[in-house]
Design a protein around this ligand. Structure first.
Ligand SMILES: *[C@@H]1O[C@H](CO)[C@@H](O)[C@H](O)[C@H]1NC(C)=O
Ligand SMILES: *[C@@H]1O[C@H](CO)[C@@H](O)[C@H](O)[C@H]1NC(C)=O
Length: 250
């Protein structure tokens, strides 16, 4: 398989300059598996700080925003655009995270528009999808993630800069992790969806990250699954254990 393993750290709304210095220090110390693509998702106010402080040792670490708006500029108080993210030297944006969907009520349509615009601007996108606990318990997991994929696919012309993060919402920040088999099952279904609705080539090349209470203790088991191509890590990305998660395949 030619899919390069990718591990993202989503810091969410955490940290300050002192804490960020500590994170950048353990990333610089690593050692990080050079065959893994690492992406760190910083609060927007610190993107430039992180960009200026990232060690030259961290050649395989790129910087990501955690959200952006769907147009380049204008009267949208409080928002940031993909053009701004690129301007400070960051290359990625995380869109559609479950907290954007479920706390800030972003719709499938808005998320898809943000993804479409970010790609047009040349950013790489981590597109997040995932079902709520009640949706899983009602047997609706594939209905939900396929609906989310369909909205995204309507706005994506070129999938080269897209990675998908499957994050079952019931496993985010709860300490509950999907078992490797549960995660693999949905990852395989997503890959079939891509084969059926986009193309075999996109499906074969698409990296599908798993997110939801990934830790140093469970990452190796998850990484063994054939359709798990990386992780999107929340809380553990603020800790030195993130290095072990990056190195899950070693
Ligand atoms: C999102 O929707 C929920 C449920 O309708 C509501 O309670 C909440 O205030 C909304 N949040 C925002 C940020 O609009
Ligand atoms: C996409 O593929 C799945 C099966 O992999 C199918 O259920 C679905 O109807 C297809 N089309 C759309 C637009 O989702």
């Amino acid at each position: 398989m030619g899919r390069k393993f990718i591990v993202g750290g989503n810091w969410k709304m955490n940290g300050n300059k002192k804490g960020i210095d500590e994170i950048l220090a353990f990333l610089a110390e690593g050692p990080l598996d050079p065959d893994v693509e690492v992406v760190i998702g910083c609060p927007s106010i610190y993107l430039d700080y992180v960009h200026s402080k990232l060690s030259p040792n961290c050649k395989n670490v790129a910087i990501s925003a955690q959200n952006c708006y769907k147009v380049a500029k204008g009267a949208f108080t409080g928002e940031i655009s993909p053009a701004m993210i690129k301007d400070i030297g960051a290359k990625w944006v995380i869109l559609g995270h479950s907290e954007r969907r479920n706390v800030f009520n972003e719709s499938d349509e808005l998320i898809a528009e943000k993804i479409g615009h970010s790609l047009e601007e040349g950013l790489h996108v981590i597109a997040c999808i995932g079902e709520l606990l009640e949706e899983r318990e009602a047997g609706k997991t594939t209905d939900v993630v396929f609906r989310q994929m369909k909205a995204i696919a309507a706005k994506v012309k070129d999938w080269d800069k897209v990675v998908i993060a499957y994050e079952p919402v019931w496993a985010i920040g709860t300490g509950k992790t999907a078992s490797p088999a549960q995660a693999q099952e949905v990852h395989a279904q997503l890959r079939s969806w891509l084969t059926d609705n986009v193309s075999k080539a996109v499906s074969d090349n698409m990296r599908i990250m798993y997110g939801g209470s990934v830790t140093a203790a469970n990452c190796k088991e998850l990484a063994k699954e054939k359709d798990i191509d990386g992780f999107l890590v929340g809380g553990a990305s603020l800790k030195k254990e993130f290095v072990d998660i990056v190195n899950a395949n070693k």
